[in-house]
Design a protein around this ligand. Sequence first.
Ligand code: T3D
Length: 265
Amino acid sequence: MDGATVLVDIRPGYRVLTLNRPDKLNSFTGVMHRALKAALDEAEADKACKAVLITGAGRGFCAGQDLADPEIAPEPGDTPDLGETLEKNYNPLIRKLRSMPLPVIAAVNGVAAGAGVSLALASDIVLAARAASFGQAFVKIGLVPDSGATYLLPRLVGPARARAWAMTGETLKAEQAEAWGLVYRVVDDDRLIAEAEALCQRFAAASPASLAAIKRAFEIAEDNSLDAQLDHERDEQRRLGRGRDYAEGVAAFMEKRKPVFGGRT
Ligand code: T3D
């Protein structure tokens, strides 16, 4: 059943999506891709939802593609078209995570491998449990890092580490991933979900217009010149300055009270 591969927990102001194939370390099947897509679409459509948390059930976060998924099996005598899987499932997922106008938090509870690492890296904020590990598994099965890994990795950890890690396929422990800049913070295993939910609660009370603009600004900065980015910041500040969140934020500051921001518009 589609729904069972991704559990959706609707909380006040945010949603928790739990990849739920624990016996296979939450590796991706076509079924799980479709369930995750539906869950993300529904989160975005719900204007009261101001943040999304993605985590994994059991001891794994996500082990990338399920290598035994019948959906990627070729016809007898044929070879598989893995490009089609990327085109159909992974690339839309990464594009969605990067373009949806609300923060996505990955709470990496355990092993992440292959596209499971890419899933975390494409999120806005990565928290990792001490038990988490990160593996560039692709080279071990004769593939190239995908789902944005060759783009995101060098930007996060620098080209030297990115290339060496992709080529060796070695496993990074959580603390090393933090030291490299792959994750925002490592937390004790039993604190992971509480810490991730605390972030979600903070975002649930924050200005959705500001959060969406911050996400977009960092996204386009990857390819912009400083000049173009200065213009973008000017235009965005002009737009936001005319919005209700700025009016409320400034009024709350002047009145020495907490701002009350609404849902997304
Ligand atoms: O369409 C395309 O293929 C293109 C897209 C590619 C994107 C990708 O992500 S390619 C990379 C795919 N992922 C991998 O190659 C990782 C494979 N898994 C592992 O190397 C190891 O499982 C881990 C290092 C992640 C964890 O090792 P360990 O020792 O902690 O656990 P385990 O015993 O290997 O795994 C536990 C179970 O999960 C086991 O099942 P079993 O034997 O108990 O029934 C194992 O087979 C299963 N499992 C883990 N990863 C996958 C998997 N089953 C299918 N696909 C997996 N990726």
